[in-house]
Design a protein. Structure first.
Length: 233
């Protein structure tokens, strides 16, 4: 029985490890940023999110000390989220937001690392680039929510603000998306200096990311074609 359990655990670990070495893994990340109701990620999604993040981060480095630090960070983020959402522990909002910022940033680094690494340009890689773009909006949405929590009225809204944390998260996710895409309807305005700085950063990233992405993908495609021609000669 014990041998079978160990074998299954090792098989699962190997499967998650292979997950990061295949381009098709990038397509799966489209689900995480899109399947949201505000900033509160569902518990099932949260566990999957954390597990994929941990394996991805560990695969990016072979240093044992750094692996241990990353594992502790993910474990702390999961424990904090469960303590706040499942057990109703109060006073963890700030810590939860900071940890989620760190986790989303880690996920973003992993996905971009996969998208921009050497290799042929595939549909999955392009979809991964879209997922990274959406993860950027998630990152800034959490940041805006944190700023509003620390400094109430940091954002001016044309309508009455939401009264529940869930609607509060939806509002800032909406604001983050229209800021990233430089749509800017004007129904939400940053008035706090730090909030304005975040908005400017997201706007610049929203403009520069597609240009850098297209340049990199074109470069990878041209390099792949050269290698194929050299291989046929």
């Amino acid at each position: 029985m014990a041998d079978n359990l160990n074998h299954r655990i090792k098989t699962i670990v190997r499967s998650f490890t292979r997950f990061w070495s295949e381009d098709r893994s990038l397509t799966a990340f489209l689900i995480l940023p899109i399947n949201r109701t505000g900033l509160g990620i569902g518990l099932v999604n949260n566990v999957l999110f954390s597990l994929l993040l941990l394996v991805g981060l560990l695969n990016m480095t072979r240093q044992k000390a750094l692996q241990a630090v990353l594992a502790m960070l993910v474990a702390l983020a999961v424990a904090t989220r469960w303590a706040r959402l499942v057990f109703g522990v109060t006073g963890l909002e700030i810590l939860d937001s900071f940890l989620m910022l760190a986790c989303v940033a880690g996920f973003l680094v992993i996905v971009l690392w996969q998208v921009f690494r050497e290799g042929p340009v595939t549909v999955h890689r392009i979809q991964g680039a879209v997922a990274a773009y959406l993860l950027l909006s998630v990152f800034f949405a959490i940041a805006y929510s944190l700023v509003e929590f620390l400094s109430p009225d940091a954002f001016q809204m044309s309508a009455a603000g939401p009264h529940s944390p869930e609607l509060h998260g939806q509002m800032f996710y909406y604001f983050s998306v229209i800021t990233l895409t430089t749509t800017g309807y004007g129904d939400i305005t940053a008035v706090n200096p730090f909030a304005r700085t975040l908005v400017m950063m997201e706007t610049l990233i929203g403009q520069l990311y597609p240009a850098i992405l297209i340049a990199r993908l074109v470069s990878l495609h041209a390099e792949t074609k050269r290698e194929k021609r050299a291989g046929h000669q």
